[in-house]
Design a protein around this ligand. Structure first.
Ligand SMILES: [Ca+2]
Ligand SMILES: [Ca+2]
Length: 180
């Protein structure tokens, strides 16, 4: 976890605070735990494709004692595991180890996994994750994009997730055009 903190420039306390804030965001009823409805609503509010399965899977992955609720400790443990996983795969993609993923590196990582995409798709993927639009993906941007993705962070899974999120974006854009 020390590597993760270093990559984010965060202290242990700042990280704890960030996770607590996210938990409280989901726990809008202030009940001290999250259930399916809260997770589903929270994901929707964050513009994350929150179809039935996705929220359900996130609940199942977090809910270690299987009582149908996610308490803070369970949520925190999920975050610990997830951030470590995301850090590992980030490092594997960032082969130059300069702390950011360049579009070429993402392209190469996908290619190594047997997935060939065109320039347009690559640009769309990078743009989706690259929040500050500087053309590269930092670990913080990577983490924020994938933190609530409940499935194993393999390059194949991430590819399918990116595809899906981009489709949702395109759908929303078409909808807002129609409403203009
Ligand atoms: Ca539980
Ligand atoms: Ca960036």
């Amino acid at each position: 976890m020390d590597h993760v903190l270093l990559a984010l420039g965060e202290t242990k306390e700042e990280r704890e605070q960030r996770i607590r804030t996210l938990f409280n965001f989901f726990d809008f009823l202030n009940s001290g735990y999250l259930d399916y409805t809260q997770i589903e609503k929270g994901l929707s509010a964050l513009q994350i494709p929150a179809d039935y399965k996705y929220a359900k899977d996130l609940l199942n992955v977090c809910d270690a004692n299987k009582d149908g609720r996610v308490d803070y400790q369970e949520f925190k443990r999920y975050m610990d595991d997830k951030e470590l996983d995301l850090y590992r795969i980030f490092q594997a993609i960032d082969i130059e180890h300069n702390g950011c993923i360049l579009p070429e590196e993402l392209y190469d990582a996908l290619l190594r996994a047997g997935i060939e995409i065109d320039d347009e798709e690559l640009a769309r993927f990078v743009e989706r994750v690259d929040k500050d639009n500087n053309g590269v993906i930092t670990f913080e941007e990577w983490r924020d994009f994938l933190l609530l993705y409940p499935h194993e962070a393999t390059i194949e899974n991430i590819y399918h997730y990116l595809e899906r999120v981009c489709l949702v974006d395109i759908g929303n854009r078409l909808l807002s055009q129609r409403h203009q």
